[in-house]
Write a protein that binds this ligand. Sequence first.
Ligand SMILES: [Zn+2]
Length: 340
Amino acid sequence: MAAPDSTPTQVTTDIDFSRSGIQTGSLQVPYSHDRDAYGFLPVPLMVAQNGEGPTVLLTGANHGDEYEGSVAIMHLMRELKLDQLRGRLILIPALNFPAYLNGTRTSPLDKGNLNRLFPGDANGTPTQMIAHYIQTELMPLADYIVDFHAGGTTMDYLPMLFVNRPLDSEAVVKTEQLIEAFGAPRLMYLDNLESDLMIGSAARKNGTFFATGEFGGKGAVGLEGLAIVERGIKGLLHALGVVPAFEPKDRPAPTRRYSFRKEHYIFSPVPGIFEPAFKLGDQIKTGDLAGLIHDPYRPWNEPEHVYFRGSGLAVMLRTLARVEAGTCLGHLAEEEQPPV
Ligand SMILES: [Zn+2]
């Protein structure tokens, strides 16, 4: 394994992470450009610390057009009372803040896709500098990280928590406790399929417990996903003893478990207009029709038929009709039994 990057970060902050109390402020990412030579890009955050307990880092809008986690974190910021806290919370509603303000997946400043730029670069573009700061400054502080995603503008997801499949019995027990505490209706095992350039991979290398998830999409705030995230955060903070007062009042149905493989994805073979033949939540069998791709230049022609190559639950559907050859149209997930 490569040694951790020891290049000092260029990002500064007015927050003192070792101080007790509630602090609000920003990470300050230097950005020199035509309209401002010496300025910085703010990434707003809250750090709350009281007494002994673990450090939990909650982040949203790693992709700038994914909102449920971001909104839930903003709600939490306003609801949190310092005397309820046992430990430290680091709350960042929008990790890629320039992308968030722009309402886009990637940053308008450098086209940076933050979740494909880890471990980042201390002296790189703004998005690379943010990734480097997260990896070298924030991760070492955190015992638990939950990075909330959604489908963004181009996709819609059934709300699901994602975790890496734990590999030893101790990790199974810990992961199961946190899955139950979060109480999501569905869980996806990532099976270490994520790219090395993603925040989850960075967390794994750091030895930090990491969860993520897809909680909606369409570039909107989905109310079902938002409710799942809000309940999940409270359940988790209660179970970890960080905010004992957040005792969940409900007892959600047991979390259903899923995993996915390459053949669960469908892609458009041609450019055109995608007419889906399925909805989120449908049970799909191998060979079922996934959709039609109409040819805008020869609209009288029979459309291209796209078929599923696997079976399972439809968990993701593309939201935009205009597609290119190679565009991902959706994916399935296969249900599996919880560990005994
Ligand atoms: Zn995302």
